[in-house]
Write a protein that binds this ligand. Structure first.
Ligand SMILES: [Zn+2]
Length: 630
């Protein structure tokens, strides 16, 4: 039986996998995209369906399906294995040694969250209180399909119902680690009901439960909205969220992204709203590119994730919160990340009367239904929005009004990455304030960027294989892979200029070429044909990677990908020319190094007045330097 890893590699296609994260573009037999692991304008990230690998020519990251999941999700191998196994439909059995090997504490947390989700769903459908919640949700405008899709549930009004249920299979410590229970504090608080069997009680009680999914649609945490009698208790928090756990990091999880990512890519635009209900209702209305930051303001971590899918970010503010500090900071961060930022303001559709109860997307969808789908896509550039709002609230004919407006808008202009856009807005604002552009530009220069330097993660996950080929070796090998006959151009006297590793690989290719040529029976004729088409490449790669060993096999894959991309549509004689050129450069490099050594030896021979040695060295020097002109 093949290993789980091999089974997964057989079943998960790398192009499918990567397309679920990035927009891939066909490029000959490969696919390309802008690299998700470094900032770049043109695409140097390539995916090879043939070899089932990916590689970025820019930042040198690369690998197979496992490497990709590890890097893009920022997880370790065990988690990548779990993600990919789920994708491949392979069950990691509890009994199998592999399962045990890879089952990490995190895996357990995923299981617990999954089980809790089912528990809450069942409570929603089957308990009396749950049925009231269901009626309430329907009354808010939620369709049953949305409730099912987003797996909404109900946490009963009990201190231990969930804990009792989960403890049949899991330790109370694990349940606590999943964020589902709270440690009983030494009995300081009032006699708040029974605590259940353990030293913990349920975190979520009498709440409508919104499971929070990661990018793969697995539940990692919950947001619970108060419901029922508890809602009347002024001390009860309206929302309770899962705290930070090993699988839930609220600064990196966007609510709804697992369901929105495809549409974000399709529309090349992402709309961030405030609440979970806003997300669900938006999706229900057909606006599927909508996400929310759950239980926190928009962070740079969120923006980095959105940036993998699009450069266009719209924010939807509640009427109340427009222009508040939290949203300002979101705009600021987004500008610093180079997003085109737009604002979707909630207003009734054209021709409809004004509506004081219309505050957020959920209200909008409840009232106007699918109209949201179109409305939500028509954002206004954020500065236009801010500018209009400020003009309405400030008297810009006064010096104070001018100063306040400038104070509000100029810091945004200062963090604008696009200078053309900046100049446009300087013009607009100068006109409105009846000031000269120059003065505003001076102000912008003086306006301190708000300390929002975008910090890019260390490329620490980009592992440089120890034995990377150097640039000449790589070039030469790439050419040979494209046109194996080129090895025949290597003269015996050139061989000393190749590194040992390259010489061995070249020899292997030469041997198989000769073998094919020297056996002119009918069988090998078909082998010659094979060797000239894609099968040839497959054979060659199989041979080379096994000869190179696991350490440098991936290096060879990268070189092969480069050979396909770099030498696409190049004529044979041009390839031969390039080959010669690189060979010459390698030779030159080696000769120059030798000359440098000799120069040093000559100097020390001069110092020690060793005439005999000096003569030998000088002769050697002139002999070696002649190689430069050969
Ligand atoms: Zn890259």
């Amino acid at each position: 039986m093949s290993s789980i890893v091999d089974q997964i590699k057989d079943r998960v296609d790398i192009v499918d996998l990567i397309s679920s994260y990035l927009k891939l573009q066909k490029s000959g037999i490969n696919y390309k995209a802008r690299c998700p692991f470094h900032n770049e304008k043109s695409a140097s990230f390539f995916v090879s369906p043939e070899r089932q690998i990916w590689h970025c020519f820019g930042c040198q990251a690369g690998g197979d399906v496992f490497g990709f999941v590890k890097q893009i999700e920022g997880v370790e191998f065990a988690d990548a294995l779990r993600t990919l196994a789920a994708r491949a439909g392979i069950e990691l059995h509890r009994q199998s040694p592999e399962y045990q090997q890879y089952q990490t504490a995190r895996t357990k947390l995923y299981e617990i969250c999954g089980l809790a989700t089912r528990f809450f769903e069942k409570q929603l459908r089957e308990s009396d209180a749950g049925k009231k919640v269901l009626a309430y949700l329907r009354d808010r405008g939620l369709a049953d399909e949305s409730i099912k899709n987003f797996r909404l549930g109900y946490a009963p009004d009990s201190w231990s119902a969930l804990g009792d249920f989960l403890e049949r299979n899991y330790e109370s410590k694990d349940i606590f680690d999943a964020g589902l229970s709270v440690k009983k504090d030494g009995g300081g608080t009032s006699s708040a009901g029974g605590y259940g069997r353990s030293q913990h009680y349920d975190r979520f009680r009498s709440r409508i439960m919104f499971p929070i999914f990661d990018l793969n649609g697995q539940v990692v945490g919950f947001a619970g909205r108060v419901f029922g009698d508890l809602a009347k208790n002024a001390e009860a928090a309206k929302y309770v969220n899962t705290p930070q756990t090993a699988i839930y990091d609220k600064s990196r999880i966007l609510y709804g992204l697992d369901k929105a990512k495809l549409d974000i890519r399709r529309k090349n635009k992402c709309l961030v709203v405030e609440g979970n209900m806003d997300v669900i209702m938006s999706h229900q209305a057909g606006a599927a590119n909508v996400v929310a930051s759950s239980g926190t303001a928009l962070t740079d971590g969120h923006l980095k994730i959105i940036k993998r899918y699009t450069d266009n970010l719209d924010l939807c503010f509640d009427a109340d919160s427009a222009g508040t500090l939290a949203t300002d900071r979101g705009v600021d961060l987004a500008l610093a990340r180079g997003f085109n930022v737009g604002i979707v303001a909630i207003e009734p559709p054209v021709g409809e009367p004004s509506e004081p109860e219309l505050k957020d997307p959920a209200d909008y969808v409840k009232k106007y239904g699918p109209k949201w789908s179109e409305y939500s896509q028509n954002s206004r550039p954020f500065l236009e929005f801010y500018f209009e709002t400020a003009k309405k609230t400030l008297d810009i004919t006064t010096a104070l009004g001018k100063k306040l407006l400038a104070q509000k808008l100029l810091p945004f202009l200062a963090s604008m990455v696009n200078k053309v856009e900046q100049a446009h807005w300087v013009g607009e604002i100068a006109l409105a304030l009846k000031l000269k552009d120059d003065i505003l530009f001076q102000e912008i220069a003086a306006a301190k960027p708000k300390g929002l330097e975008v910090q890019d993660e260390e490329p620490n996950q980009v592992k440089q294989p120890k034995e990377n080929f150097d640039v000449f070796e790589e070039g030469l090998l790439a050419l040979i892979m494209k046109k194996p006959d080129l090895v025949l151009d290597i003269r015996p006297e050139d061989e000393e200029f190749l590194s040992g590793r390259l010489a061995a690989l070249v020899k292997d290719i030469g041997l198989s070429l000769n073998e094919t040529r020297e056996s002119p029976d009918s069988q090998s004729e078909s082998r010659i044909l094979d060797f000239s088409e894609r099968n040839r490449d497959k054979k060659m790669m199989a041979q080379l990677t096994s000869a190179a060993g696991p350490e440098s096999a991936m290096d060879l894959e990268f070189v092969y990908l480069k050979s396909q991309e770099l030498w696409k549509d190049i004529e044979d004689d041009e390839l031969a020319g390039e080959f010669k050129k690189i060979l010459c450069q390698m030779k030159r490099r080696k000769v120059l190094a030798r000359l440098e050594d000799l120069e040093f030896d000559i100097k020390s021979a001069e110092k020690s007045r060793n005439k005999e040695l000096l003569a030998t060295l000088t002769a050697e020097f002139s002999k070696v330097s002649k190689q430069l002109t050969q």
